[in-house]
Design a protein around this ligand. Sequence first.
Ligand code: IMP
Length: 190
Amino acid sequence: MQLVFATNNLNKLKEVQSMLPQHIKLLSLKDIACDEDIPETQPTIEGNAIQKAEYLKNHYGYDCFADDTGLEVHALNGEPGVFSARYAGPQRNAEDNTKKLLTELKHKTNRNAQFKTVIALHLNGKLHTFTGICKGIITTQKHGDGGFGYDPVFKANGYDKTFAEISLEEKNKIGHRGKAVSKLVEFLKN
Ligand code: IMP
């Protein structure tokens, strides 16, 4: 069985492939000669994941799955959410985004936030979604140089280190994307 993962990130692809039974073979966007920007114009994380999976199915005909992730901050009414990648502008720069987030939260005492990943799977004509959430807080300054995006300012509940200070293995275990991927893998195994 072949399944397209709407990504060209080979690390992500390998990681999910390693969790799947051998008869499921994952293909990247490159593998199906898709080099266009897949539209992500929906107002929600769920909406974007579904839009990407449906676009791929409709334009390329493959069963597939797509993921979308955002950081939802309580004191900012859920922002940056679906705008996480371009919070500080279209340059999509993690440094600028993090700086803007810390500025917006400067005088806020409630630092609660969550990462949310939604995976939308198009399989045998049906759409399924899998959600992974990781709750935590936004720190007042950056700590650590691992990870990417908002990792240096996010501490998962129960941890005294940011996502930029823990190993990738640990992050995958407790993190939003890892949880959503586990749900997808369990579904595909059955
Ligand atoms: P994407 O949907 O995986 O492309 O994620 C959208 C944006 O959310 C990224 O550009 C990052 O700014 C942020 N993001 C997603 N996942 C993570 C994460 O695991 N750590 C930190 N930031 C993340």
